[in-house]
Design a protein around this ligand. Structure first.
Ligand code: SAH
Length: 257
């Protein structure tokens, strides 16, 4: 018995991998939870395929269905938005499936972090500026370990990609500034990257919450923050900025670059 966990990609139906699509075409049963999985993908499935939305199911219920169908000799695919490895809650599914003797095959997908970067035409790792990307979330109802507090992480002044944080932007601003980020540090917010109703909002640490509010974005957004997102990066001699002590401690600088 083998279950395929497949990354569906960020939205656009043709951003699933070739392998993922092949598995969808072959599947007898497809389970998906997320409102961020594009249902167009199911047009590629067999007409008789059983497509199940798991939003209303709890973990054990969902896993029981998977095991039941696998035991009946069916090909089962579990679809996840973006790439399953980030905020996919696959570990708890795998734990129960493995207990039941099910083998797992994970097929990666295009994560929204990279789809958002593509849509914002950004390189997240600009030579001599930053060579690190932190993937994280602001703390809301789901706790974030103390040692990963944003104010701590942000001390690296690298690029930070925020998942699941669209309602927590006030907190994001506060903590970034607390760790010394200049209020004019660029941010690109990409709402529903690669969907027809995608929206890209370019803002700054100081204006993040206000600009998201103005644009009515309170869910399904990737927030990319850091100087790599500077819309004028092409024209800038960022090397000299890097070696400028004032840049690193930009919060106290108060003058525009
Ligand atoms: N595994 C997914 C993330 C799931 S968590 C991935 O790799 O992308 C859900 C969060 O992902 C959302 O709150 C949002 O922050 C982000 N997200 C997912 N799809 C998105 C999209 N098309 N555009 C912008 N953000 C998206």
């Amino acid at each position: 018995m083998k279950l395929s966990i497949v990354g569906a990609g960020p939205g656009a139906a043709d951003l699933i991998t070739v392998r993922g699509l092949r598995l969808i075409k072959e599947a007898d049963v497809i389970l998906y939870a997320d409102s961020l999985v594009n249902e167009e993908i199911f047009q590629e499935a067999k007409p008789e395929a059983e497509v199940l939305k798991t939003a209303g199911m709890h973990l054990e219920e969902m896993v029981e269905i998977m095991i039941n169908r696998l035991k009946a000799g069916k090909k089962v695919v579990r679809l996840h938005t973006g790439d399953p490895a980030v905020y996919g809650a696959i570990m708890e599914q795998m734990a129960l499936l493995k207990e039941a003797g099910v083998e797992i095959d994970i097929v990666p997908g295009v994560s929204s972090v990279f789809a958002a970067a593509a849509r914002a035409e950004a390189e997240l790792t600009i030579p001599d500026l930053t060579q690190t990307v932190i993937l994280t979330r602001a703390e809301g109802r789901t706790p974030v370990p103390e040692r990963e507090r944003l104010a701590e992480l942000a001390k690296h002044h690298c690029t930070i990609a925020f998942f699941l944080s669209a309602t927590l932007t006030k907190k994001v601003m506060k903590e970034l500034m607390e760790s010394g980020w200049s209020p004019d540090t660029p941010i690109a917010v990409v709402y529903k990257a690669t969907w027809p109703d995608e929206k890209i909002v370019r803002t700054t640490v100081a204006n993040l919450d206000e600009d998201m509010r103005k644009n009515g974005i309170r869910k399904q957004a990737m927030i990319l923050a850091g100087w790599a997102l500077d819309p004028n990066i092409h024209q800038k001699d960022f090397r000299s900025k890097l070696y400028d002590k004032e840049f690193t401690h930009g919060y106290r600088r108060g003058v525009k670059a």
